[in-house]
Design a protein around this ligand. Structure first.
Ligand SMILES: Cc1cc2nc3c(=O)[nH]c(=O)nc-3n(C[C@H](O)[C@H](O)[C@H](O)COP(=O)(O)OP(=O)(O)OC[C@H]3O[C@@H](n4cnc5c(N)ncnc54)[C@H](O)[C@@H]3O)c2cc1C
Length: 538
């Protein structure tokens, strides 16, 4: 007897079940990676992988500062489930695909694959993402990249602290944030003193947030004689001894519990300059741009998992004599969530495609502003979508086994790290001021749908008026960026989405013909089919 309880959402293919993602993979030139994404979709639907996600979060990492003889070791121990998750992620190239296969659609392929696999568990995406993102920053110093990149791009997950040249594969983290200032990295006080030839330095100072401290090496910002600079800092020195990278404690976090985030002290740690001295921000921003893309992918992935769970649950539970998914008010809520999820997935894939096409100046400019717009907006929306999808489950959604509490705790993180909301909104303004071509590229993109629907045409014109207004620009930044995000999503959905989805999006988001909460859409007959498009089938 199932007592009106839905069957678990298991043994289905997360890629096959996701029509907007499948369509976007084709559109963004990543169809050659179809088998990879499909395989990850299959694995992510397996009970075994789902269990790894729960186990890795129920058994968070533990810090071991010293060994039994009192020697510092600064190691972090993980549950075996974490290692299984990492093995799948690295084994399928989620940390390196575009660098391994630099072909058309590679970033889009990776985005789709990362999105599918992250639905099992978000925390382990952190070192995967940072390793992927570190490569373009390291390339600022070709000789440094030549040493590390071959090891960062193997498909071998080889945990444990050993000299990198003895390992089959390595992972990277980043350490920018300090206690006195995170967003404002120019207030960093960690010192870098020259120590020999070839850019070698000794780093001394503390970092307030350093995630995945068990990684093999880190990109670190520190003050060199010539100003704030970027360094590569290995955990283990070439002679096999430990670098002076001490983990003071692990953070007790709201969510993201499978992953370790630490406070560290660098006590004269050996490191090598990457990029030009004094150009640290310009160097590490290459990494930040890619991790920001991953914040968008992560938020899209969480939304999708939440919507998949909600549409599945409500299609298998009855109340007051009818399935929840048949009740008009629940249809309104589910369709609203589904539309948001589809708009985010479409935007994420368009952005990943821009990373693939960055050799085209227009795409590079679009990418510059698009990342900041999308990070601001999608990370914010994920929080609201997950909370509402949780409620669709009633009391079951408040219980850990449903996965929704874990998603709920994870959701705010993407909006904080790699630039919190305000910082991203202000970054859009910076792009507009310093790189006006990025605004041109943005409008070229949204204008592609001009003439298709007059509601969009009108909002594009409104947006242009908004941007021309020079009063209190900084104060209005969130409002401006929000509008830019919604206009972009509307344009993409009109060109590429289902007609019914685009229509709901435009009437509810673009012209605000709705209330404030989810589930306040105006009635249309198509809402049920919107929900069905997003409901996974077992
Ligand atoms: C779980 C977790 C893991 C992390 N891992 C890492 C890591 O591995 N490496 C690393 O370097 N960092 C890491 N971080 C740090 C993260 O990137 C910072 O917390 C983030 O950049 C914000 O910096 P801050 O905490 O100093 O906040 P602050 O800079 O003090 O910002 C506080 C608030 O003020 C806002 N704000 C800042 N400037 C302005 C302004 N000019 N106008 C208006 N509002 C403004 C921000 O948007 C934010 O809302 C991690 C954080 C978390 C939560």
């Amino acid at each position: 007897m199932n007592a009106n309880q839905p069957p678990p959402l298991v043994d289905y293919n997360l890629f096959e079940a996701n029509a907007p993602l499948r369509e976007a993979v084709e559109r963004e030139g990543a169809s050659w990676a179809h088998d990879l994404v499909q395989e990850l979709g299959r694995l992510a639907g397996k009970q075994e992988a789902i269990d790894w996600g729960f186990q890795a979060n129920a058994n968070p990492p533990r810090l071991r500062t010293h060994d039994r003889f009192g020697e510092r070791i600064d190691e972090v121990e993980f549950h075996p489930a974490w290692h299984e998750l990492m093995r799948v992620a690295v084994g399928h190239g989620l940390h390196a695909l575009p660098w391994r296969e630099p072909r058309r659609g590679a970033h889009a392929a990776r985005a789709a694959a990362f999105y599918v696999w992250s639905q099992v568990e978000g925390g382990h995406g952190c070192p995967v993402s940072m390793t992927y993102a570190a490569v373009p920053a390291l390339r600022k110093s070709p000789e440094v990249a030549a040493e590390w990149e071959p090891l960062m791009t193997t498909l071998d997950y080889d945990p444990g602290l050993r000299p990198h040249k003895t390992k089959r594969g390595v992972l990277f983290g980043m350490a920018m944030t300090e206690r006195q200032g995170g967003s404002d990295v120019r207030s960093n006080t960690t010192r870098a003193e020259p120590n020999g030839a070839n850019g070698e330095h000794r780093l001394t100072g503390q970092k307030w947030f350093c995630s995945a401290p068990m990684c093999d090496a880190f990109l670190v910002l520190a003050q060199a004689p010539g100003g704030l600079s970027c360094f590569v800092l290995p955990r283990v020195l070439p002679d096999g001894t430990r670098n002076a990278f001490h983990i003071d404690r692990l953070k007790d976090k709201l969510g993201n519990r499978s992953n370790a985030s630490s406070e560290i002290t660098l006590d004269g740690a050996w490191a090598v300059l990457v990029g030009e001295e004094g150009n640290g921000v310009r160097t590490i921003i290459e990494m930040v741009n890619h991790t920001r893309l991953d914040c968008v992918i992560g938020s899209a992935s969480m939304m999708r998992q939440a919507v998949a769970q909600a549409t599945h649950h409500t299609a298998n539970r009855s109340a007051f004599g009818n399935l929840l998914s048949e009740q008009p008010l629940m249809v309104n809520v589910l369709a609203d969530l589904a539309v948001e999820s589809e708009a985010t997935t479409t935007l994420m894939m368009r952005l990943a495609g821009a990373f693939d096409r960055s050799n085209d100046p227009a795409e590079a400019h679009f990418r510059r502003i698009g990342v900041a717009i999308a990070k601001f907006w999608t990370c914010k929306r994920a929080i609201a979508v997950v909370a509402e999808a949780l409620e669709c489950h009633g009391g079951n959604g408040y219980v850990e086994e449903s996965i929704l509490p874990r998603l709920y705790r994870e959701a705010p993180l993407n909006s904080i790290w790699e630039g919190a909301g305000n910082v991203n909104a202000l970054d859009v303004l910076r792009a507009m001021q310093r790189e006006p071509d990025s605004v041109t590229a943005y409008f070229e993109e949204v204008e592609r749908a001009r003439g298709v629907d007059k509601r969009l045409d009108h909002q594009i014109d409104e947006l242009k008026r908004e941007l021309a207004d020079s009063d209190e620009v900084e104060f209005r930044a969130r409002r401006t960026v929000e509008q830019m995000a919604v206009v972009l999503q509307a344009s993409l959905l009109l060109r590429h989405g289902e007609q019914s989805v685009a229509d709901v999006f435009l009437s509810s988001r673009l012209v605000n013909d709705r209330g404030y909460a989810f589930g306040t859409l105006k009635f249309t007959r198509e809402l049920k089919s919107v929900v069905e498009r997003h409901r996974p089938r077992l």
